[in-house]
Design a protein. Structure first.
Length: 129
């Protein structure tokens, strides 16, 4: 396995951490500075806690990416759902949202495959060509 594939796997984790950390910060700022009802604040607090949990999940992934590579596929589910709902219920561009979603899907799916290759290399098994 070459170093670029390993870098790609760790880049997936760093992207996951950054995305969720940024959203956690945005939710935190909304909770502090926003003038929302109690129910709306509860939604922001729930969203904040979920974002923080995803940050820790990606940190956990970094420690053993070949054994925890399924996290990359599982993390696509909320990305796809959020992108789909954002496209339907907001004024954002369908094509831009679809492009961003496709990029993340490609990056994370290839990261999943490369992490599987890391697992094969670490176990000492090599495929015959």
């Amino acid at each position: 396995m070459n170093n670029l594939k390993k870098i790609h796997v760790y880049l997936c984790a760093v992207l996951g951490i950054l995305i969720n950390f940024i959203y956690a910060g945005l939710f935190f700022m909304e909770i502090i500075t926003g003038d929302f009802s109690i129910i709306e604040n509860q939604v922001f607090i729930s969203a904040l806690s979920l974002e923080i949990s995803w940050v820790f999940l990606f940190i956990w992934f970094i420690l053993r990416p070949c054994k925890r590579r399924d996290i990359l596929i599982i993390s696509l589910i909320p990305m796809i759902t959020a992108n789909f709902l954002n496209t339907i219920f907001s004024d954002s561009s369908f094509w831009l949202n679809t492009f961003i979603l496709c990029v993340f899907c490609i990056v994370f799916i290839t990261g999943y495959v490369f992490a599987g290759e890391m697992k094969i290399v670490q176990s000492g098994y090599k495929k015959e060509k």
